[in-house]
Design a protein around this ligand. Structure first.
Ligand SMILES: NC(=O)c1ccc[n+]([C@@H]2O[C@H](COP(=O)([O-])OP(=O)(O)OC[C@H]3O[C@@H](n4cnc5c(N)ncnc54)[C@H](OP(=O)(O)O)[C@@H]3O)[C@@H](O)[C@H]2O)c1
Length: 332
């Protein structure tokens, strides 16, 4: 049996409850995991509240797509991993199919990354999604280069911080954007070349002035909504505005016509473009692993909650006061 987080209806953090469930035996292409740590993601909150791009298929529903643990059993035909092996789980599946908020859970073998001994479970749950997301947009798809300028909003999020580190690793210049002045110094400490506090400053104006009027080659936008028109003003000619989150919760207009049809590439982006493509994923794992080896990349863990405190963990995420990844541990 295993304590498992489920919800019977969509809503606020209070809909989450703990049930004692039997996860079942792994089928072909699956493993059974003892989950030691779970990485929280905004997608989990949106899924729980019925606002995610993918709706809940069936109640009671589970949730979660990032974790770290140890393999307890292999499904038929699984030979690439062994029982007892420490692994991380990366998001390449639907939360409807393989929810990870539990003490034990099934996972598809394609979502496993070996976790070397020095990487503990908390780090193993925190590190992959942010860096895979940033790598995919910045390197695999965006083809970012030294000398580029990259503007990153929601920069204190786990993905935003990974984007700052990735930008620096390429020799490009990260401009971090936050609504919260108190996060400014920490963003500079994480490697931001400049920080713009969006509640106090003209964001597009600052980006244009920092780039001598050229604009940023890339904007990594986790907020979207009406603010895209303003941000798109600060994209360099032929630059790319990646929409990779929708934290604003509001409809997103297409800014091209309002801005006089500049050469603007506006692109939605999902980490699953990387995690579901074996060749892209192989390159991504190599890139992230090399950054972890040199210390250029590291998990930035905001706080670790116990599984019993899952409601408080979601409330903390929704408070937006965090800096980096919120992790839930099952066995401390
Ligand atoms: N496309 C993909 O494949 C993919 C994968 C993973 C995550 N994401 C997206 O990437 C983003 C970051 O995810 P995460 O889980 O690392 O962190 P997160 O918890 O969603 O982000 C935390 C920070 O975002 C800022 N924020 C929140 N709501 C905002 C709003 N309405 N306007 C402006 N800023 C806001 C807040 O910082 P301040 O207000 O203090 O600046 C907050 O502390 C999310 O939007 C998520 O959906 C996308």
């Amino acid at each position: 049996m295993a304590m498992t987080v489920r919800f019977q209806e969509t809503g606020g953090p209070g809909v989450l409850r703990l049930d004692d469930l039997e996860p079942g035996d792994p089928g072909p292409g699956e493993v059974l995991l003892r989950i030691d740590a779970i990485g929280l993601n905004r997608a989990d909150v949106l899924f729980r509240s019925g606002q995610y791009i993918e709706p809940v298929k069936q109640f009671p529903a589970g949730l979660g797509s990032e974790a770290a643990g140890v393999i307890e059993a292999l499904g038929p035909g699984v030979t690439a991993f062994t029982v007892g092996q420490p692994v991380s789980v990366i998001p390449n599946f639907s939360q409807n199919d393989y929810p990870q908020y539990a003490e034990r859970a099934l996972a598809p073998v394609t979502a496993l990354v070996p976790r070397p001994e020095p990487v503990d479970a908390v780090a193993g749950a925190a590190v992959w999604m942010p860096y895979l997301t940033a790598y995919g947009a910045m390197v695999e798809i965006g083809r970012g280069r030294a000398g580029d300028v990259v503007a990153i909003n929601a920069a204190s999020s786990s993905v935003g911080l990974a984007a700052i580190h990735t930008t620096n690793r390429l020799g490009a210049t990260p401009i971090a954007i936050t609504r919260t002045r108190a996060k400014r110094q920490r963003l500079l400490d994480e490697g931001a070349a400049e920080v713009i506090v969006s509640t106090e400053e003209d964001v597009a104006g600052r980006i244009l002035s920092l780039t001598s009027g050229r604009g940023a080659e890339y904007v990594f936008d986790a907020v979207a909504g009406p603010g895209v028109v303003e941000l798109a003003r600060a994209v360099a000619a032929d630059g790319t505005h990646f929409l990779w989150g929708a934290a604003s919760g509001q409809p997103t207009p297409y800014p091209g016509f309002e801005l006089g049809m500049p050469a603007l590439n506006l692109r939605t982006y999902s980490v699953q473009e990387i995690s579901r493509n074996p060749e892209r994923l192989r390159r991504a794992i190599a890139f992230v692993s090399s950054g972890l080896r040199t210390g250029a990349f590291r998990p930035t863990v905001d706080r670790v909650f116990d599984l019993e405190d899952i409601i408080q963990a979601h409330e903390h995420l929704e408070s937006n006061t965090h800096f980096g990844k919120i992790v839930v541990a099952t066995s401390r």
